[in-house]
Design a protein around this ligand. Structure first.
Ligand code: PEP
Ligand code: MG
Length: 753
């Protein structure tokens, strides 16, 4: 018997893995690997088969001993032959006489039948099937237990390298294959409503635009000149300045300098100079623009500074606009006006830029309906759906789309009759919007109990709707949006102006200003570390404010000043302990003392409250209620943290359950504690607007609801039909239920929520 050196072999494997980097090609790497293994095992044949996930076949990729012509040609289904069986059953197979195994597969032309001993070991990474390592020899019964162990060890060590090689090969192969014909998208896709409304228009895909999208402009056959470029530059600048002006009029609280990065790049001599030099040197202007824009995109995308990386979308947008202006004189073309935007993810500032351009609708491919981009889309009243279909990114550009963000449906190239019926619906909606809403200025239950309906406000523009729909106050102003869209903290004066405009629009009514709630899905690129592994568990909300006292104090001063003549309530988000709350209150008191000393008019008796959003706050609820003037339940976060389900992760959205018994019991407990201590408990998360929950919440003792203003009429109607005495009993019954489905049924939810 020839002596085998299995031990040496295993030792050499580390070197074998390094071989990948030294190999000139993937084939070369696999060839060398097979020849080294064959040599050490003193086996006549060593082969590597790799598993192709798409075709579910094993393909011979390298061999030492079988004819080279067999490489790429021999293909085995999972379970086919001894090799296929080893992979199917995820176990090594060692045969003394392979050809006698009933599973032996005769493959003509490779003369495999002359090799009797057969050892096949699957290459696995975890449970993922990567391929099979095969050793063969003419001498029957040539392989023993040690060989099996050795080959398993090799397969284990090579798995990652081989898997990477396999992936790379499949990429190269895919690029060599003729491109498949454009995929047919379905006629409609059922998704989720993020922001209600109906919109129709041609699709523009943004955010994922790869280099090709801009390069496509290179094919424009009309010759252009340096003068054309100068004209395009000027037009682009004018358009952006105009957009900025318009947006500041419409959304003064958040719009400041939103197109700043665009304008700065345009004015950057190096940017326009580089394009000019290329044009003077003979490059067609389109090419010059696209290549300089790409250079900048690459520079920005690779920057370690997250603020620069965030500007990549601005650059793409700018390149797009410059090129369109270069080729056409129609400024409308350069905008996304009337277009339906498809994006995988957007920053709040991107959304504002789209709103500035009067984008008709939005199709988001990731995120969730309680994410903050979704909240902003609702405030901007951009009909938005969330759908899971990545094919849209590839195949939907310029197609006609119709968004029904009432049902959460996206239609692709809708038929005429579908379009007609939606056009009628849009007209009807417009007509209804013109009518005075059927809503009373005070809300009572059927048995005459007074309930207050407040509005949630995200942008100043939301106040109009709150006033129109007779909100009795503001139960939640999310103060973070002006922070999120700027490149730096807004000053005390800027904040004071924003808060003043809110309180002035609803004089004498309670206005609840929530202090900064950033972090989580609302990171401030200029203030947050980018390496938080769990941003929702990181430096969020009140934690950020307590850690950044100067920023916090500025905001509190602005709030206190805006409340000089008005009843403001200051509310702290994400309070986890009595310490958080009392620390925050003591900073408010310091700010009041400062303002007093500076003789600046301010509110010296603001109500101070907190959001109940964390399990720890529920445990501490009695202590918190004893200290606070009011509490407000933020169910969006409360559900997330109680159930440990990321509110922005669509993958687990089925686990994000407002009807979870634990959530119901928590709500009941919080409301009872507030009643015991005689303080106001409101609810301001999305559950407040769920009509299925209204009776339960009333039954628990909640008497203040804060919702997006558009929900006020429906909630008012439900309350006016509810008898409080009755629902007190049903709420007590509901918290005894211990199944989500039972609760959903109890609440009369037909589809289980
Ligand atoms: C909540 O968490 O329910 C809430 C109202 O606050 P936000 O959605 O802004 O986190
Ligand atoms: Mg919250």
């Amino acid at each position: 018997m020839r002596s085998k050196d299995n031990v040496d072999l295993i030792c050499d494997i580390a070197e074998l893995a390094g071989l990948f980097e030294r190999s000139s090609s993937l084939g070369d790497f696999l060839d060398t690997a097979t020849s080294i293994i064959a040599w050490h095992m003193k086996a006549a044949v060593c082969s590597i088969y790799l598993f192709d996930e798409d075709s579910q076949e094993l393909v011979l990729r390298a061999t030492q001993g079988l004819g080279p012509a067999a490489v790429g040609r021999v293909r085995l289904a999972l379970g086919e032959g001894i090799t296929g069986l080893a992979l199917k059953e995820l176990r090594p197979i060692c045969e003394a006489n392979g050809s006698r195994n009933p599973n032996f597969k005769y493959i003509p032309g490779i003369l495999e039948e002359q090799y009797e001993a057969f050892l096949a070991v699957p290459i696995l990474r975890g449970l993922a099937r990567i391929g099979v390592l095969v050793a063969q020899d003419p001498e029957p019964n040539y392989f023993d237990e040690n060989d099996v162990k050795a080959l398993r060890a090799i397969a284990g060590q090579l798995a990652t390298t081989i898997e990477n090689a396999n992936l790379l090969m499949s990429i190269h192969e895919a690029s060599r294959l003729p491109q498949p014909p454009p995929k047919e998208l379905p006629r409609f896709i059922k998704g989720k409503t993020v922001s209600e409304g109906i919109a129709q228009g041609k699709a523009s895909i943004i955010g994922m635009i790869d280099d090709e999208a801009l390069r496509a402009f290179d094919e424009d056959p009309t010759p252009r000149t340096l003068d054309d470029f100068h004209r395009a530059l000027k037009e682009t600048e004018d358009q952006l300045a105009e957009l900025q002006k318009e947006l500041e009029e419409r959304l003064s609280d958040v719009a400041s300098l939103i197109f700043n990065a665009h304008l700065l790049i345009l004015k950057d001599e190096e940017f326009s100079g580089a394009i000019e030099r290329m044009i003077v040197g003979g490059a067609p202007p389109q090419k010059a623009v696209s290549s300089v824009v790409h250079r900048y995109i690459n520079l920005f995308a690779k920057s370690p500074n997250p603020r620069l990386r965030e500007k990549v979308l601005d650059l793409k947008d700018l390149g797009h606009r410059l090129l369109l202006n270069l080729m056409s004189h129609d400024p409308a073309l350069a905008d996304y006006e009337g277009r339906i935007i498809i994006a995988r993810e957007l920053l709040p500032s991107d959304l504002l830029k789209l709103a500035a351009q009067r984008t008709a609708g939005l199709v988001l491919l990731s995120g969730s309906i309680t994410s903050h981009v979704a909240i902003l889309a609702r405030s901007l009243r951009i009909p938005t759906v969330l759908v899971e279909n990545d094919d849209l990114l590839e195949f939907a550009e310029d197609r006609n789309l119709l968004i029904d963000a009432l049902q959460g449906t996206l239609f692709i190239e809708p038929e005429k009759d579908v379009l007609d019926s939606y056009t009628r619906l849009i007209d009807e909606q417009r007509r209804l919007e013109q009518l005075d809403p059927v809503v009373k200025s005070e809300t009572y239950s059927a048995d005459g109990v007074r309930v207050r309906l407040y509005a949630n406000i995200n942008l100043l523009s939301d106040i109009d709707h709150a006033v129109r729909l007779k909100a009795e106050g503001i139960g939640l102003y999310r103060s973070e949006f002006p922070f999120i869209v700027r490149d730096n903290f807004p000053s005390e004066e800027e904040q004071y102006r924003i808060y003043s405009r809110i309180v002035e629009r609803l004089p004498g009514r309670p206005i609840t200003l929530r202090t900064l709630d950033v972090g989580g899905d609302k990171a401030l690129p200029y203030a947050h570390s980018t390496n938080e592994a769990n941003p929702f568990l990181g430096l969020r909300a009140i934690r950020f404010s307590l850690r950044n006292r100067a920023i916090f104090a500025q905001q509190l001063r602005a709030m206190l000043r805006a409340g000089a003549e008005h009843p403001v309530r200051i509310m702290f988000p994400l309070i986890s302990s009595l310490d958080d709350f009392t620390n925050a209150c003591s900073i408010v008191r310091d700010c009041m003392a400062e303002l007093e000393a500076e003789k600046i008019p301010h509110n010296s008796q603001p109500e101070l409250g907190l959001m109940v959003e964390l399990p720890s706050a529920i445990e501490m609820i009695d202590d918190l209620c004893r200290e606070a003037d009011f509490i407000s339940i933020g169910t969006n976060d409360l559900i997330q943290y109680m159930l440990a389900v990321d509110r922005t992760n669509e993958e687990v959205s089925d686990l994000y359950q407002p009807y979870h018994p634990a959530v119901l019991r928590a709500l009941h407990k919080i409301a009872e504690a507030a009643m015991r201590h005689g303080i106001d408990a409101s609810i301001c998360g999305d559950a407040a607007a769920d009509p299925h929950m209204t009776a339960f919440l009333l039954g628990c003792g909640i008497r203040t609801f804060s919702v997006d203003a558009r929900h006020i009429p429906a909630i008012q109607r439900t309350i006016s039909e509810t008898n409080i005495e009755e629902v007190r009993l049903t709420a007590a019954q509901a918290i005894r239920l211990n199944r989500i489905a039972e609760i959903a049924e109890y609440f009369g939810v037909r589809d289980g929520g």
